[in-house]
Design a protein around this ligand. Sequence first.
Ligand SMILES: Nc1nc2c(ncn2[C@@H]2O[C@H](COP(=O)(O)OP(=O)(O)O)[C@@H](O)[C@H]2O)c(=O)[nH]1
Ligand SMILES: [Mg+2]
Length: 216
Amino acid sequence: MGDSGVGKTKLLERFVYGTFVTESKLTIGVDTACKSVDLGLDAETERLKCQFWDTAGLERFRAISMAYYSGANGAFLVYDITRAATLANLDKWITDLVQRADKSIVLMLVGNKSDLEAERQVSQQDGMDFAEKHNMCAFFETSARNSTNVEFAFQSMAQDVYKVASSAVSREDDERRDREGDGDGATEREEAEDERPIRLAAAIDAYLTTSGSGCC
Ligand SMILES: Nc1nc2c(ncn2[C@@H]2O[C@H](COP(=O)(O)OP(=O)(O)O)[C@@H](O)[C@H]2O)c(=O)[nH]1
Ligand SMILES: [Mg+2]
């Protein structure tokens, strides 16, 4: 998600179809695409079949996009490194997410159009600070035009979504074993929690604190 024109559709097309066509069509509502992503973990769980929802950035489609947040396992928050306002506007998208998304959603920040270095308005440090402020799992600068970091960003998302989903499954197993008095599920669970990436619960706290609505 992110403002219109930051390159959301081009990033998805680059990743799924390996193409970059300069002309751009406005995304109306939501488009979808599927791809099996190599997790690079182990033989048994090598690939994860992912469905991607490409949302529209225009205000008039905002309500349609919001309807898709509740089913999402992960979200890329995308801005354009040549337009500083697109980073600041991500606060608005985070507000929408807080209202609708599952608390276990994996959030990653993407600064796109890194090939346009001469027109850069947002430094890498500013991107990093924004990601840290909102406790996101990762920050990447990408270029859909020349492919920089695109594969890496999508693979990282698939890996983190997979880790969150597997730790939820092991947590349920631990709880069942605890209930049945069999094994030390709680200890195993605490260890698994340490390995989980930072999740939206933390991002919500950070957002409420920085926007001032969290106090008193
Ligand atoms: N130079 C450059 N242009 C890009 C890049 N990604 C997208 N664009 C251009 O930015 C415009 C908007 O892209 P689009 O994917 O439709 O944006 P969306 O509204 O966020 O889906 C198009 O003209 C693209 O050609 C990129 O990585 N580098
Ligand atoms: Mg689009």
